[in-house]
Design a protein around this ligand. Structure first.
Ligand code: TEU
Ligand code: CA
Length: 557
C-alpha cells in the first residue's frame, strides 16, 4: 500500500465556540486556538480539523454559512485566521477546514437572491418545488424536526432543507453551483489550508423525483434512501477532485451519513479519484431505535465488534478508514460506552482510546476526549443550546410520542450539547475557558477533570493519548498492518490482532467492570512478547490471562 502522510496522521477536532475564549465574550475564538497551539503540539497531533469558522447567523453553530470567504465575527477576523494558520504551520500542524456545501444559510446572498423570483439567476441554486394540494411537495421530515420543506410566500413555492429551515439545500445538479463551490475551495487552498472535512457530502445528490419516504414515529417520511449516496454523488466528487483536490496535497474526509462499505469503497478508494476517507455512522447508530437517537439503549459489544471489523476488513487494501468515538454531534463516548464514575473514568477512557487507536485508519480525537471529559448533568431544557435537541424535545413531547421527563433523560444521555460544553483547561473560574459568561454551561466536574491537572500527572488520560499518538508515529504496523478479530462472540472483551512483515500485535480490551479470563491464543503460546502499552501498571503475558476492570493491553510479538 502506498504510504502517505494522511494515513499516518492523527487528527484533533476543534469546535471553536467551545475551545478557548481569548477576549472574555464567552465564546471561543481563533486567537484562543492560537494560544493553545503548544498544548496541541505537546499532545502530538498532526492535523486540526476546525469546525466551521465562516460568517454565519449561527442557527446551527456555524453549519449555516452566509459567507464562505469571511470569518464569523464571534471568532475574530481573517487576520486572526491567518495568524492561527501560520502558528499551526510553524509547529508542523496542518489545518483542515470544515466544508459545508450541502446547504448554505438562508441569509447567504445566493439564497437571498434565489427566493426573490422564479426567474432570478440564482433561483436554481436551490431546490424549489410547487406544493401538492396546498401541502408540502412530499412527506420528508427535516433532521432537525418538522417538515423538510419551507413555504415561501414570495413565489408561492417550497424550498428543501434537510436540516433547519435556515439551511436551504443547494442544487448540485446546477453546474453553476458546482463552479461556485469549487472556486471557493480553490480560494482556500491558495491560502494554504491543508484539507477539507466535508459536511454531509453523501447527501448532495438527490433522486430528482423526490418521492415520499417511509413514515416514522415523528409522523414524517424518511428522506434517507433518496438523498444518501444519490445518483450523481460520485460524479460530482470526481469533478471536485479533478478541478480542485488533485491540484493540492490535502487531507479529505467526507462525512457520509448512510454510507455502506460498498459506497465507501467508491468515496475513499485508494486510487484517489474522490476523497481520502469517510466518516461512517454504523457504529454510532447501534444504539438507535424507533425514535431515532432518542433512547437509553446501550451499544452491545458483540455488535460493535461486528460493525467495526466489517469496516476494517472490507476497506483493507481498497479504501481508507477514519476512526472516531467522538465529535461535536455525539455525546461523550466515555459516558456512552465506557464508565464515567470517578473510580473507573480514567481507566475506561484509556481502554476506549486503546481499542480505537490500535486499529487501521486515521484516528480523530475530539477536544476534551484526551482529558476523559464526560457527558454533562444538564438540569432543564433551558440549559441546552443545540437546535436539534431543543426542536426534538418540542416535537416528540408535543406530539405525545415521548413524555417530557423521559425526553429530558434522553437529551442528557444523547444530546450533541454533551460534546459542546467548554473545554476544561483548569480548576479556576469557568474551567479557564472564559473570563466572561460562557455561551453554554461548563460541566461542573471541571474541578476534577481539567488539562492543567492532567499535565502535572504522568498517568493521566492526556499522557496516555500522547503515548498512543507517538506509538502510531513510530510503528508502521499500527498504520498499515492487517487486522483480525478474535473471540467475536465474547460479550466483554474486544480482542484483535494487527500484523505486518512478520510482526504481530495482540490488542485486548475489557469493556466491562468485571474481571475477565481469557486463554492466550494458541499462536502466541510460548512466544516471547512485550507490552507496547497498557492502562494498568503490571500486565503479565501468561497462558491464562486475567483482565481487570476496563483493562487494555497491547502485546507485541
Ligand atoms: O451532521 C450531519 C449528520 O449526519 C447529522 O445527521 C448528525 O448525525 C446529527 O447531528 C444527528 O445528531 C453535520 C454536522 O456535523 C452537524 O453538526 C450539522 O448540524 C449538520 O451536518 C448540518 O450541517
Ligand atoms: Ca471570544
Amino acid at each position: 500500500m502506498e504510504r502517505t502522510w494522511w494515513k499516518e496522521a492523527v487528527v484533533y477536532q476543534i469546535y471553536p465556540r467551545s475551545f478557548n475564549d481569548s477576549n472574555g465574550d464567552g465564546i471561543g475564538d481563533l486567537n484562543g486556538i492560537t494560544e493553545k497551539m503548544d498544548y496541541l503540539k505537546k499532545l502530538g497531533i498532526d492535523v486540526i480539523w476546525l469546525s466551521p469558522v465562516y460568517e454565519s447567523p449561527n442557527d446551527d453553530n456555524g453549519y449555516d454559512i452566509s459567507n464562505y470567504r469571511g470569518i464569523m465575527k464571534d471568532f475574530g477576523t481573517m487576520e486572526d485566521f491567518d495568524r492561527m494558520l501560520a502558528a499551526a504551520h510553524e509547529k508542523g500542524i496542518r489545518i483542515v477546514m470544515d466544508l459545508v456545501v450541502n446547504h448554505t444559510s438562508d441569509e447567504h446572498p445566493w439564497f437571498v437572491e434565489s427566493r426573490k423570483s422564479k426567474d432570478n439567476p440564482y433561483r436554481d441554486y436551490y431546490i424549489w418545488r410547487e406544493g401538492k394540494d396546498g401541502k408540502e411537495p412530499n412527506n420528508w421530515g427535516s433532521c432537525f424536526s418538522g417538515s423538510a420543506w419551507e413555504y415561501d410566500k414570495q413565489t408561492d413555492m417550497y424550498y428543501l432543507h434537510l436540516f433547519s429551515r435556515k439551511q436551504p439545500d443547494l442544487n448540485w445538479d446546477n453546474p453553476k453551483v458546482r463552479d461556485e463551490v469549487f472556486d471557493m475551495m480553490d480560494w482556500w487552498c491558495r491560502k494554504e489550508i491543508d484539507g477539507f472535512r466535508m459536511d454531509v457530502i453523501s447527501l448532495i445528490s438527490k433522486v430528482p423525483e423526490l418521492p415520499d419516504g417511509e413514515v416514522g414515529k415523528n409522523g414524517y417520511g424518511d428522506y434517507g434512501p433518496y438523498v444518501c449516496n444519490g445518483p450523481h454523488v460520485h460524479e460530482y466528487l470526481q469533478e471536485m477532485n479533478r478541478r480542485v483536490l488533485s491540484k493540492y496535497d490535502l487531507l479529505t474526509v467526507g462525512e457520509c451519513s448512510g454510507v455502506t462499505v460498498e459506497e465507501a469503497k467508491k468515496y475513499a478508494s485508494l486510487d484517489g479519484k474522490e476523497l481520502n476517507m469517510v466518516f461512517q455512522f454504523e457504529h454510532m447508530d447501534l444504539d438507535g431505535g424507533e425514535s431515532f437517537k432518542w433512547n437509553e439503549r446501550k451499544i452491545r459489544l458483540t455488535e460493535l465488534k461486528q460493525v467495526l471489523t466489517k469496516w476494517q476488513l472490507s476497506l483493507m487494501g481498497k479504501a481508507w478508514n477514519s476512526l472516531y468515538w467522538c465529535n461535536h454531534d455525539q455525546p461523550r463516548m466515555l459516558s456512552r460506552l465506557g464508565n464515567d464514575s470517578p473510580q473507573s473514568r480514567e481507566v475506561s477512557a484509556k481502554m476506549l482510546a486503546t481499542c480505537l487507536h490500535m486499529m487501521q485508519g486515521t484516528p480523530y480525537v475530539y477536544q476534551g476526549e484526551e482529558l476523559g471529559m464526560t457527558n454533562v448533568p444538564f438540569r432543564t431544557l433551558e440549559d441546552f443550546r443545540d437546535i436539534e435537541s431543543i426542536n426534538a424535545y418540542h416535537e416528540l413531547v408535543g406530539k405525545g410520542v415521548i413524555d417530557g421527563e423521559t425526553m429530558m433523560r434522553y437529551l442528557r444521555y444523547k444530546s450533541r450539547d454533551n460534546a459542546r460544553t467548554p473545554m476544561q483547561w483548569n480548576d479556576g473560574k469557568n474551567a479557564g475557558f472564559t473570563e466572561g459568561t460562557p455561551w453554554i454551561m461548563v460541566n461542573p466536574n471541571y474541578k476534577e477533570i481539567n488539562a492543567e491537572e492532567e499535565l502535572t500527572r504522568e498517568d493521566s488520560v492526556f499522557y496516555y493519548y500522547q503515548k498512543l499518538i507517538r506509538l502510531r508515529h513510530e510503528n508502521s504496523i499500527i498504520v498499515y498492518g492487517g487486522y483480525e478479530l478474535l473471540l467475536p462472540e465474547h460479550e466483554a472483551l474486544y480482542v484483535y490482532t494487527r500484523e505486518l512483515d512478520g510482526e504481530k500485535l495482540l490488542v485486548i480490551c475489557n469493556f466491562s467492570s468485571e474481571e475477565q479470563n481469557m486463554e492466550l491464543p494458541e499462536e502466541f503460546a510460548g512466544k516471547e512478547g512485550s507490552v507496547l502499552i497498557s492502562n494498568y501498571e503490571d500486565p503479565k503475558l501468561e497462558k491464562n490471562l486475567t483482565l481487570r476492570a476496563y483493562e487494555a493491553v497491547v502485546f507485541r510479538f
